[in-house]
Design a protein around this ligand. Structure first.
Ligand code: HDD
Length: 716
């Protein structure tokens, strides 16, 4: 990153004003002019080596236990500025939560270019292999509030801020490559319908209710994304194992001014992994912060999550020939047609120091683009270009939210924007307008526009369009609402298709308005008759007449890239594997598995009926988790090493029986010693490719055994 000398017009005196002016932990951020700056992170005074508690204006506090009173049992005095400041600040700790994506987890990292593409874009970060820039990523759910569970059925937000040397670039995407609506004007309606219902304030973080299904059944363009949300993509196992998508068609522009259409993809190095619905529900009870903890702990342990950034590149001529419109955000471009080329890798390698200051205050905006990356006329994207800037003012309270360290660019920035609430910069001189000739009198004249290197909007904005007409219409090319939904469904494996059908049955069973269910089924017949029949049977309803489609759906074949199971990785990397032990278990054997899992990049977790220290063969061993408090839903595979007497005892403990029953019904690998058989019998666990003796664990590995599913779940 280059750091120019800061302009006096935006010099930031923040660092001189740290409370207490002591020698506390110093955090390096970036100053107004892009120069590194130091902030005092803790409001304590260390001047004599002891951290002294002060108020926000640096006055030392003598007593943090008692308010000031008139007499030992008398009234508290208004004069107590220490009490008042403390309560005043506390009363205002919360800011409005995000209207959508309120629940999120963030981390810092680095992006590295792995393939230079100057022929496609002049974006500075893509000019040289090995070029890097810092990033901040926030991964979120959409519908729930800030304190809601991590594992509801929902879309996940995938927002990345690249702090490049030519300004911040925000790629604000989701884990699903298409969207529910085509035009931003429908966004408030859609969001109102999926959030908790207006009169009753529930359900929280769930789409299984009347208003969501009412909306989507009335808006057929949402059908494609509804299928994605009802598929296993809606219940990811880990934030580290999700794909990400920029969703819209964007544009790369090269040095010569030539444009190419592109779609952005994030591919998780750990592979894509989801839960089953039963598992997701149980995880919500066992650990509502499951995804947040998983991300935090992986980074803390040095198992840094990584994603490859890829692009699909195509031109307008190719786009013109497609049976859908590339400006329609309800459509994807099959990877079989336009392969994804990998151009970089993101590594998240540092947890936040403070959740509020960073994860809560980070402000993503699709308008944050750098030269070489441009928008298209996608009407959903165009609406977003207004919405995000606007919402930050209401969330963060001031137009100066860009000065908050997490939002500030790490390259120089200079302009004549001035003042506003919470202004922390101290610009000097008179130059707060332009043009000016103050420099001629020896004064600071301030910055000037840069025609050579500044952002230039791609001039062609009239794709298949007549810009002389003002129209409120949806183009005819956006009219096919079902063909890609069909392609998505037909690209899934049998078990994935069954999951979609079950999810729809579950969600529609929560819909109390009968006509809404019927309307959705009528639409679904346009996607796939067998799916519609399956869902109707699951609800014990008759199939209604097929809805009339705006445009008759076509068979567009299938795409393996749309299925999770077809791309599954059999790997221990990033997976957590439980080792169940009890009194008398063989320590050597336990350690052997621990080492194996660790050497393969996995995390072994010791689980036992008691945690404090159990006498095992060869020593005493502490467990990481209590059996009753560490259900097997928290792990990707389970190993059981028990002496027969302990196993016989656990066979009468419902937590132990349920542990194996769940691992089995969630199609996980169960590697067990002979002694464990007595519990497996009680749990109804039958031998199969994934229920194996201990010595076969390594061979079988950590993957789901979907062939088992018909034995444990009615997939009708
Ligand atoms: Fe949005 C937040 C992703 C359409 C308006 N959106 C938000 C976040 C993500 C997305 C990941 C959370 C950012 C964070 O972590 O802070 N949004 C999308 C995607 C969309 C999309 C992939 C379609 C392709 N969004 C969309 C539309 C509008 C908005 C059409 C409005 C016209 N989105 C917002 C917002 C939010 C937001 C209200 C809430 C909090 C925020 O912006 O910062 O402005």
């Amino acid at each position: 990153m280059s750091h120019e000398k800061s302009s006096p017009s935006t010099d930031n005196a923040l660092h001189d004003h740290a409370p207490g002016a002591g020698k506390t932990k110093v955090v390096e951020t970036v100053g107004a002019g892009g120069e590194p700056q130091q902030h005092i992170a803790h409001d304590a005074d260390h001047s004599d080596g002891v951290a002294h508690l002060t108020d926000n204006f640096g006055h030392r506090i003598s007593d943090n236990e008692n308010s000031l009173k008139a007499g030992a049992r008398g009234p508290t005095l208004l004069e107590d500025f220490i009490l008042r400041e403390k309560i005043f600040h506390f009363d205002h700790e919360r800011i409005p939560e995000r209207i959508v994506h309120a629940r999120g987890s963030g981390a810092h990292g680095v992006f590295e270019c792995t393939k230079a593409i100057p022929e496609l874009t002049k974006a500075s970060i893509f000019q040289h292999v090995g070029a890097t820039c810092p990033v901040f990523a926030r991964l979120s759910t959409v519908a729930g509030g800030a304190g809601s569970i991590d594992t509801p059925r929902d879309v996940r937000g995938f927002a990345v801020k690249f702090y490049t040397d030519s300004g911040n670039w925000d790629l604000v995407g989701n884990d699903i490559p298409v969207f529910f609506i085509q035009d931003a004007i429908k966004f408030p309606d859609f969001v109102h319908s999926v959030k908790m219902e207006a009169d009753r304030g529930f359900p929280q973080a769930a789409s299984a209710h009347d208003t969501f299904w009412d909306f989507v059944s009335l808006v057929p363009e949402s059908t494609h994304m509804v299928l994605w949300a009802m598929s296993d993509r809606g219940i990811p196992r880990s934030l580290r194992m999700m794909e990400g998508f920029g969703v819209h068609t964007f544009r790369f522009v090269n040095e010569k001014g030539e444009g190419h259409f592109i779609k952005f993809h994030w591919k998780p190095v750990l592979g894509i992994e989801s839960t089953t619905w039963d598992e997701a529900v149980k995880i919500a009870g066992a650990n509502p912060d499951f995804h947040r903890c998983d991300l935090f702990e992986a980074i803390r342990e040095g198992n840094f999550p990584q994603w490859d950034l890829g692009v699909q590149v195509f031109d307008e001529e190719w786009a013109e020939k497609q049976p859908y419109d590339v400006l329609d955000a309800t459509k994807l471009i099959p990877e079989e047609e336009i392969p994804v080329q990998i151009i970089g890798r993101m590594t998240l390698n540092r947890n936040v120091d403070n959740f509020f200051a960073e994860t809560e205050q980070v402000a993503f905006m699709p308008t944050n683009v750098i030269p070489g990356i441009d928008f298209t006329n996608d009407p959903l994207l165009q609406g977003r270009l207004f919405s995000y800037l606007d919402t930050q003012k209401s969330r963060l309270g001031t137009t100066n939210f860009h000065q908050i360290p997490i939002n500030a660019p790490k390259c120089p920035f200079h302009n004549f924007q001035r003042d506003g609430m919470m202004q922390t910069l101290v610009p000097v001189g008179r130059a707060n307008y332009e043009p000016n000739s103050l420099a001629e009198a020896g004064e600071e004249g301030g910055p000037r526009a840069c025609p050579e290197t500044g952002y230039v909007t791609f001039p062609e904005n009239g794709e298949r369009n007549d810009p002389t007409q003002k129209l409120r219409i949806r183009p005819e090319s956006f009219a096919d609402h079902y063909s890609q939904a069909r392609m998505f469904y037909r690209s899934q494996t049998e078990s994935e298709q069954a999951h979609i059908a079950s999810a729809m049955v579950f969600e529609l069973s929560k819909v109390q308005l009968e006509h809404v269910r019927k309307r959705f089924l009528a639409n679904l017949r346009n996607v796939d008759e067998s799916l519609a029949k399956r869902v109707a049977d699951g609800l014990a309803m008759d199939l209604p007449a097929k809805a009339k489609a705006a445009r008759e759906p076509q068979d567009w074949g299938t795409s393996d890239a749309l299925s999770i199971q077809k791309q599954a990785k059999n790997t221990m990397q990033g997976r957590s594997i439980a080792i169940l032990f009890a009194e008398g278990s063989d320590l050597q054997e336990i350690n052997r598995f621990k080492r194996l899992i660790e050497s393969e990049g996995g995390t072994p977790v010791l689980v036992a009926p008691k945690v404090g220290g159990i006498a095992v063969k060869g020593g005493t061993l502490k467990a990481d988790g209590l059996l009753a408090g560490s259900p097997s839903v928290l792990f990707d595979a389970v190993i059981s090493i028990l002496m027969p007497d302990q196993a016989a005892k656990l066979a009468h403990d419902s937590a132990a029986v349920q542990w194996f029953m769940d691992a089995y019904s969630h199609c996980k690998t169960i590697a067990h010693c002979k002694g464990t058989q007595v519990i497996l019998d009680r749990a109804g666990v039958e031998k199969d490719d994934g229920v194996v003796p201990l010595d076969q664990f390594e061979k079988v590995g950590v993957k789901r055994h979907w062939a088992r599913e018909p034995k444990v779940r009615d997939l009708a």
